[in-house]
Design a protein around this ligand. Structure first.
Ligand code: NDP
Length: 311
């Protein structure tokens, strides 16, 4: 029996993938979305989203994903709630496997996102979204006049710490070594900021809480081995992000940290017919709205590319 060839398979179901589904479904491409077993991406671990346009009073991350998903479904997107296990983009139609099951498609949008790195402490997991966050832009405003901590010594940690000084009355930067990896200017700004105190050679060994919210952290000095408890209401983990691109190694062009590379001002990857949108190709902005924007671009790029193939 001849196997069906899809017009478009979208891999990944955060705001980028779902927006590309809305646009491509409305363009009558009947997209098939393989949304993954942990569908929805990073918004699923975000409590309040106050900066997504259209929601005057804010919305929770999971609710936002649910409404965008319904919108995509309304125009005929089909969903498979499993993980893609293997792809072959070496010839067309492209091949996408979900376990043993093979799907064929004329085009692909990759929107598998990125994952924030965490310390891996059980207490950090327990208080995730209840004081522990990996995004100051998303959650900083909830910590007005409170004390917060930032873990990390790279540019992200510096940026998050400086952003948090707008709200918090004090920001600890907790770094495991005695100097920052961050660029000099960002590091200097951090060290000199009156609201910021840097704890060098320090690791968070436990997040403390009252069962509901974060109340502090246990910090261990890596040189002396001594520990102390600090009172704080928020802890921002800024130790890097990892794009979810292991499936595409050796197939799609990536930068040195594994983010997919797209051609300037477009969502085209190095393989014709394969497009990339959202955090999987953006290590700079990383916002739900920018992901949705590039998802829209990918659907338009894909629709026009398919159209060009037919004529
Ligand atoms: P980086 O990899 O640059 O830094 C990660 C930091 O986290 C390092 O200081 C590292 O410590 C620390 N770290 C890693 N793992 C752990 C752990 N398990 N426990 C404690 N600390 C840990 O990531 P960033 O997200 O900061 O930056 C990524 C890229 O994006 C960089 O190239 C950066 O320059 C760029 N960027 C640029 C910005 C700008 O220019 N405006 C803003 C944000 C990012 P250690 O130093 O000891 O390895």
């Amino acid at each position: 029996m001849d196997q069906k060839i899809e017009n478009l398979i979208i891999i990944g179901s955060g705001p980028a993938g779902l927006t590309s589904a809305i646009y491509s479904a409305r363009a009558r491409l009947e997209p098939l979305m393989i949304e993954g077993e942990e569908a929805g991406g990073q918004l699923m671990i975000t409590t309040e989203v106050e900066n997504y346009p259209g929601f005057e009073h804010g919305i929770t991350g999971p609710e936002l994903i649910a409404v965008i998903r319904k919108q995509a479904e309304r125009f005929g997107t089909r969903f498979i709630t499993r993980n893609v296990t293997k792809v072959d983009f070496s010839q067309r139609p492209f091949k996408v496997w979900v376990g043993e099951k093979l799907y064929l498609s004329k085009s692909i949008i990759v929107s598998t996102g990125a994952s924030a790195q965490y310390l891996g402490l059980p207490s950090e997991k327990q208080y995730l979204s209840r004081g522990v966050s990996a995004c100051a832009t998303c959650d900083g405003a909830f910590f007005r006049d409170m004390v917060v901590g930032v873990v990390g010594g790279g540019d992200t940690a510096m940026e998050e710490a400086q952003f948090l000084t707008r709200f918090a009355k004090k920001v600890y930067v907790i770094h495991r070594r005695d100097h920052f990896r961050a660029s000099k200017i960002m590091a200097e700004r951090t060290v000199q900021h009156p609201k910021i105190e840097v704890l060098w050679n320090s690791e968070v060994s436990e997040v403390l809480g009252d069962g509901k919210n974060v109340t502090g952290v246990k910090v261990k000095n890596t040189q002396e081995g001594s520990t102390k408890d600090l009172t704080m209401q928020g802890l921002f983990i800024a130790i890097g992000h990892k794009p979810n691109t292991s499936l595409f190694k050796g197939l799609l062009d990536m930068n040195e940290t594994g983010y997919l590379v797209t051609k300037a001002n477009s969502t085209y990857t190095n393989i014709e017919g394969v497009f990339a949108a959202g955090d999987v190709q953006d290590h700079v902005y990383r916002q739900a709205i920018t992901a949705a924007g590039t998802g829209c671009m990918a659907a338009i790029d894909c629709e026009r590319w398919l159209d060009g193939q037919e004529h």
